[in-house]
Every structure is written in structure tokens, then in C-alpha cells.
Design a protein around this ligand. Structure first.
Ligand code: 3HC
Length: 717
């Protein structure tokens, strides 16, 4: 059994301490320990009350997520919570740290709650495709009112102790939560005959009866932020039951029914796959666990543009002092003022206080001289994509920055090994591909060069956790993981356009599938001119898939930046408007390239765009560019607007079944004759065994590097 509950009696009070490191989830051993500990306390006549707390940094981080989908053996949560709620001795939850999901639900079954000043509480089940299924949807509305409870459950936010006190979730705060709870419960046991139960507090739910607005507002809140997700609607139905049903236990029954519907829903599996995927991605299979990690006390950034400023904010937000260098005084001034404005915006939105802004902005310093980053432990170069320029900067940094410091390049596709070889410390050079805006986007691709040391890699992975990034390691190969897949995906969208589909049809099909933004809107946002200019400079002809985009550029249509691309845009707006004037261009280019335009179904659009992603992802996996299938999913969800509830392209392929994926690849290969649909050998191998992409053998020979020049995708850049 996993986890336990320590039992001791202190001064006539039973102290139950959940012990299931590192964050004390309610695994089978904890549930058994709680049940038996409570029974023991009840049976001991010398015990007057019970204090329930957690060991280490958490009170309880919720149900054990790894048990979902399993057999759920031993004492069930409902049984344990019944024992807790009806304990014959008063119980106080001494919330020493994180109390999330089933952890907060445990505390809500106690008579009293005292929290440490550092604690956080919340019901984040929605992020796992679930609802708080151990009474949370019925008890929290009784404590804080249905509207506030819905906000907490639908956002999944972690509520800091002070706010939890002001909302009435906890009764008091303490710096010495266990000792104070022992004293408190002894007094309560001596002075009170009855002790409150949250289930009996009906005023706030009765007050909300007949107020339709609460539920309507909740639906509006999730319509955009949780588009396509199943669990939010279920949570709203539970709160509706809490408001309208007189009998608390009837509400609990409804909650259980709705919870089970979430549990068996494919979105739950997809979202939990991403929860564990993000955590697994931070572990590098061939880097030993005990690899020493360097202490990053100060960071340096080269370049004060959008990327440099955003990356600097990530460090400052994590409490790490950061020094920005730019060679141009005006650029630097502008960059620093953008950072300040971003922080002011956050203050105005109530996301941070003025004091917090002063603190984090105070961690950002700047100057014009490379020598001023000499004392930094990591320096990240964030200038525009030009290998020659970057190599030159790295030479200067190598001379200016103290020995032993890590030098990183924020590149979306350049060869890290060439950059590393320009320094005397290639083992300390690594790629850090942040996504724009860097202070907001969660994804960080960490590019492992040929000579990058385990220590440098482990340190960057560790610091990225402090920056709150979902970091994924990629080998040094063109496009790394994300952009390589993205190029194949947008190329497929462009092929559909050549064959007869229109941009808005492709976008609508992909957005209905769940993407935040369809491929043509995305290309307009990025700028159609980037590839076109590069090809012109290099004297290269347009590849077939880029023929239409390049022609649009010839006609001065670059995308959102000049308000016309695949769509038209009005001044100051990002909303796409149809561009009927483009249709004659599509028709002409189609016919010039031998296509007879035809009706294309939404199903074909989704299939072909998804197959392009899946097949390229399988190649990336078999080449060892990504460590595991889930890493690819983490990249795609956190960097490319892929719906989390579909679990990423690789999970989606597994959910379809690899045999179905192969059938579809064969069908579209027949239809188009394109090699894009020639099945990856890994897909064939796994499908033959009835396997999944998650079963792909781990490649321990990953240090075999791919040649940058020889890669099949190099031509796409
Ligand atoms: N169950 C099982 N394992 C868990 C867990 C949980 N609830 N929460 C965290 N873990 C594991 C992680 O997988 C990780 O394992 P690893 O070291 O092997 O990779 C380890 O604990 C540490 O977790 P993190 O790396 O995420 O540590 P952090 O300090 O960064 O974050 C945390 C801690 C905020 C608690 C974060 O882990 C988290 O958000 N956990 C999930 C909380 C949650 O969603 N709870 C609700 C669960 S569902 C539920 O309770 C249903 C109920 O209503 C019936």
C-alpha cells in the first residue's frame, strides 16, 4: 500500500499526520491510515480531540491521480470521509501547506480548519477533466456561496491562505499550525458540546435558489476559457443540485453520478496523460538523478526585444535577479519600459500588488556592456535568428562571462552545435527555445547540443521548473520538436488550399476539432513573408505547398502585420474577415500546378492535418529527437494551442488506434500520392504489435546525432 498516516497522542489530542511524500495524496495506504487512526482516537478515552495534518510541504494534494482508471482497492474516500465527518471527537484540520482537491475536501469534512500563512487551498480537479467528487461541490458552496465556489472550481485556482480566510474556507491562520491546532481543539472539546459541520450550513445555498444568473455566469465564464471541455458543465450541474436540493446527501449522490461520468470520459484520460507527461518531461532518461545542479543566483539576457524582455520577466517573477544587455541605448530604454508597462498592466488587472511589482521590477537591471553579465550563472542570448550574429555574440560572451556559467541561445531552429563550437565551453552551451510572449507561454524546448553536459542540462531543467515552464528536451535537429511538426501541419493546410479548400473552411474545421486557432489564421499572425523573404534571399524556388503563400506576398499580402494575408483585418483588430479577392489567386495557382479544385470535406481536412502531425511526431520519436511520445504532446499543448482535452497529437493517435491511423495514412497516400502519408516505420512496428506510441522503445543511443543538413525537413526552413 502507498502512503501511511502517523499516529501519536499529544497532551490528550490525537495527532494524525499524513505521510506520503512528496505531496501526500490520498493513496490506499493513506485512506486506510486515516480510517484506522480515527477509529483509534475514538476508542481511546484519554483522547479529547483530533488534529489532522500533513508531513512536509503539503497537507494533502488530493486523491492519488495514478489510481484513476485502476481498481480502487481498500477503503473508499466516501467511507473515510463519513468516518471523519461523524467522528465522535472534534476534529480540526491543521492545513500546513497545499490542500488541493480531495485534500481540501478532507478539510471540509473536519469541524474546524486552521491554515498556515503559507498554505494554499483549491479544487483543481477541472484541470484533470474531473470534478471535486468527494463532497467538494456540495460543501464549498455552503461555506463560500455558490458563485464564489464556482469561480474556485471552474478556474482550478490555488487560493492563498489569507484569501481563504477572508472567504471563510478556513477559520484562522497560524504560524505554528500544529501546536496551535492542538491547543485549539482541547479548548473546543472542553467548552463546546456540539461542533459545526459544513454539510449543515444551508443559508448560502438557500439564498441562491431561483437566482439563475449564478449558473448562467458560470457557463459564460467557461465557454471561452474551457472551450470543448466536459467537466465544467458537470461542475455547474453539481452546484445546481447543491442550490436546489434540500437533502445534502441527495446532492452528494448527484455529485457521485456526475463524477463517474467524468471519470469514464476520454477527456479525463487525456488530461491526466498531460499531467503526468509534464512531470515526466522534466526527467531526462540518460541523465542520472544525482547529477549535480548548479545554483542559478543571477541570469543575464542579451537583447532587449520582445523575447529578451519576456525571458527577463520569467526570471524576475521567479525571484532571480536578471541583467539585460543591449548594444543600442534606445532599444534598451524601450525594452525596459515595455517590461515596466507589462507589470503595470498586471497591477491594474489585480494580478499582482504594487509592492510585488516594485519587487520583481527591482530585480531587472540593464546596461550596454557585455562585461556586466560576467557574474551571471546563466546568460541567455535572445537576438534575432541569424547564425552568424549569434556565433559572434557567443564568442564575446565566452570571454566576458565567468568560467562555469551556462550560455544559452534562444533559438527556434538554428544549429546549437555550431554556436557551441564557437566557444571554449561547448559542454555548457544549450538551446532554450522560449515561445512568445515568453512571460506567458508555458512551453520551453531545451535543446541538447552534441557536447552539452549532463550537469548543464539538469541545471536548465531545474531552473525551468522555477520559471514555471513545461520544459521538454529536444535533440539538436532542424525545427526541434514543435516547429518541425508545425511545418508539416501548415504545409498540409496549404496543400488542401491548392486542392480546393478555402482558408476559413480549413480554420473552422480545425477550430471545431479544438485548436485555439486554425492554421491560416496562425500563418497570418506569424507573417507570410518570413519564408518568402528567406527563399528570395537564397534564390530558391517556392516549394509546392508555399506557392500560394508566396504569391500572396508578391501581391503585398503579408498577414496581420499589414492587415492583409489569407484574410483581411481592420485597423487595430485581430479578427479575420474574408478576402474574396484572393480566390482568383487560389484558382490560378491551383490550375498552374495541375490541380482541379474539388469540394473537400471537414473530415478530410482534420484527418490530413492531424495525420501530418502524427506521422512527423512518430518520426521525431523514432529518431530520438524527443525522448517520449508524451513529450511531443506536452510541446504541442503548451506551445501550439492544441486542445488539452485531446491529450496531444500522439495521445490522439493512440486513442484512435494505430491500426486506424495506418488505414487513414494509406487512404490519403492513395488520394494525394504524397509521401507525407507514407507511414512512419515506428507506427507500422507498433501497430503490428497492437501497441501504442507510448510503448515506443526508449532510445538510450540518443547521443547519436542527426545531421542538421541531411534532415528531411531542413528544406522547409
Ligand atoms: N496524486 C498522485 N501523485 C501526485 C499528485 C496526486 N494528487 N500530486 C502530485 N503528485 C506527484 C507528481 O506526479 C510528482 O511525481 P514525480 O516526482 O514522480 O514526478 C510529485 O507528486 C511532485 O509533484 P510536482 O512535481 O507537481 O510538485 P510541485 O511542487 O511542482 O507541485 C502540486 C505540487 C501543486 C501539488 C502539483 O503536483 C499538483 O497540482 N498536483 C495535483 C493536484 C490535484 O489536481 N489534486 C486533485 C486530484 S483529483 C481529486 O482530488 C479527486 C477528488 O475530488 C475525488
Amino acid at each position: 500500500m502507498k502512503g501511511t498516516v502517523l499516529y501519536e497522542v499529544r497532551d490528550g489530542v490525537a495527532l494524525l499526520t499524513v505521510d506520503n511524500p512528496p505531496v501526500n495524496p490520498l493513496s490506499d495506504g493513506v485512506r486506510a491510515g486515516l480510517y484506522e487512526g480515527l477509529a483509534k482516537a475514538e476508542a481511546d478515552s484519554s483522547v479529547v480531540g483530533v488534529v489532522l495534518t500533513g508531513n512536509g510541504r503539503a497537507f494533502i494534494a488530493g486523491a492519488d491521480i495514478s489510481e484513476f482508471g485502476g481498481s480502487g482497492e481498500g477503503h473508499g474516500l466516501a467511507e473515510v470521509f463519513k468516518k471523519l465527518e461523524y467522528c465522535s471527537k472534534p476534529v480540526v484540520a491543521a492545513i500546513n501547506g497545499l490542500a488541493l482537491g480531495g485534500g481540501l475536501e478532507t478539510a471540509l469534512c473536519c469541524n474546524y480548519r486552521i491554515a498556515s500563512n503559507q498554505a494554499f487551498v483549491g479544487l483543481p480537479e477541472v484541470n484533470l477533466g474531473l470534478l471535486p467528487g468527494a463532497g467538494g461541490t456540495q460543501r464549498l458552496p455552503r461555506l463560500v456561496g455558490p458563485a464564489e465556489a464556482l469561480k474556485i472550481m471552474l478556474s482550478g485556482a490555488h487560493v492563498p491562505a489569507k484569501k481563504a480566510l477572508s472567504l471563510g474556507i478556513v477559520d484562522s491562520l497560524s504560524d505554528n499550525v500544529v501546536e496551535d491546532s492542538i491547543t485549539f481543539i482541547k479548548e473546543k472539546a472542553a467548552n463546546s458540546e456540539s461542533h459545526p459541520l459544513v454539510r449543515d450550513l444551508n443559508d448560502k445555498v438557500i439564498e441562491a435558489r431561483g437566482n439563475e444568473n449564478i449558473l448562467v455566469e458560470a457557463q459564460a465564464m467557461t465557454a471561452k476559457s474551457r472551450k470543448g471541455q466536459f467537466a465544467p458543465g458537470q461542475i455547474i450541474k453539481c452546484v445546481e443540485a447543491a442550490i436546489n436540493l434540500d437533502d445534502f446527501d441527495e446532492g452528494l449522490k448527484k455529485e457521485t453520478d456526475y463524477f463517474i461520468e467524468c471519470l469514464v470520459h476520454p477527456q479525463r484520460e487525456a488530461m491526466i496523460h498531460i499531467f503526468f507527461g509534464e512531470r515526466a518531461a522534466s526527467k531526462v532518461s540518460d541523465v542520472p538523478k544525482d547529477t549535480p545542479i548548479m545554483d542559478i543566483k543571477k541570469a543575464g539576457i542579451i537583447g532587449s526585444g520582445t523575447m529578451g524582455g519576456g525571458i527577463a520577466m520569467c526570471f524576475a517573477n521567479a525571484g532571480i535577479p536578471v541583467h539585460i544587455i543591449d548594444q543600442d541605448a534606445d532599444n534598451l530604454k524601450r525594452g525596459i519600459s515595455v517590461i515596466e508597462k507589462n507589470y503595470e498592466f498586471m497591477v491594474n488587472r489585480g494580478r499582482i500588488t504594487t509592492e510585488q511589482k516594485d519587487f520583481v521590477f527591482g530585480l531587472v537591471t540593464s546596461s550596454l556592456d557585455y562585461n556586466d553579465v560576467h557574474d551571471c550563472d546563466i546568460v541567455i542570448e535572445a537576438v534575432y535568428e541569424n547564425l552568424e550574429l549569434k556565433t559572434k555574440i557567443f564568442k564575446s560572451l565566452d570571454e566576458a562571462v565567468k568560467p562555469g556559467a551556462i550560455l544559452a541561445s534562444n533559438t527556434s531552429g538554428l544549429d546549437i552545435d555550431s554556436i557551441a563550437n564557437s566557444t571554449s565551453r561547448p559542454e555548457l552551451v544549450v538551446g532554450t527555445h522560449f515561445f512568445s510572449p515568453a512571460n506567458i507561454m508555458k512551453l520551453l524546448e531545451v535543446v541538447r547540443g552534441d557536447q552539452t553536459s549532463n550537469e548543464a542540462l539538469a541545471t536548465v531543467m531545474s531552473v525551468s521548473k522555477k520559471l514555471k515552464k513545461a520544459a521538454v528536451v529536444s535533440l539538436n535537429a532542424p525545427g526541434f520538436i514543435g516547429n518541425r511538426m508545425f511545418f508539416g501541419y501548415t504545409a498540409q493546410a496549404n496543400m488542401l488550399l491548392l486542392e480546393g479548400a478555402l482558408p476559413h473552411q480549413v480554420d473552422q474545421a480545425m477550430e471545431s476539432f479544438g485548436l485555439n486557432m486554425g492554421p491560416f489564421r496562425t500563418m497570418d499572425l506569424i507573417g507570410l513573408d518570413l519564408g518568402w523573404r528567406a527563399r528570395k534571399l537564397g534564390g530558391m524556388a517556392s516549394p509546392l505547398h508555399a506557392k500560394i503563400g508566396d504569391e500572396l506576398c508578391e501581391q503585398d499580402r503579408f498577414g496581420q502585420k499589414n492587415q492583409k494575408g489569407y484574410y483581411n483585418y481592420s485597423e487595430g483588430s485581430r479578427a479575420p474577415n474574408p478576402a474574396p479577392e484572393n480566390e482568383s489567386i487560389y484558382e490560378r495557382i491551383s490550375s498552374e500546378n495541375g490541380f482541379t479544385r474539388r469540394e473537400i470535406s471537414d473530415e478530410e481536412i482534420v484527418d490530413r492535418c492531424m495525420l501530418a502531425l502524427i506521422n512527423e511526431g512518430a518520426d521525431i520519436l523514432s529518431e530520438g529527437v524527443a525522448q517520449r511520445a508524451a513529450d511531443i504532446d506536452v510541446v504541442y499543448i503548451n506551445g501550439y494551442g492544441f486542445p488539452i482535452w485531446r491529450g496531444g497529437p500522439m495521445h490522439h493517435a493512440n486513442a484512435m488506434g494505430l491500426d486506424v491511423v495506418l488505414e487513414k495514412l494509406a487512404k490519403y497516400k492513395d488520394l494525394t500520392g504524397s509521401d507525407v502519408f507514407a507511414a512512419s516505420s515506428l507506427l507500422i512496428e507498433l501497430a503490428e504489435k497492437g501497441g501504442k506510441l507510448t510503448d515506443a522503445p526508449s532510445k538510450d543511443d540518443r547521443r547519436e546525432r542527426l545531421s542538421f543538413e541531411k534532415s528531411s525537413v531542413a528544406n522547409n526552413f
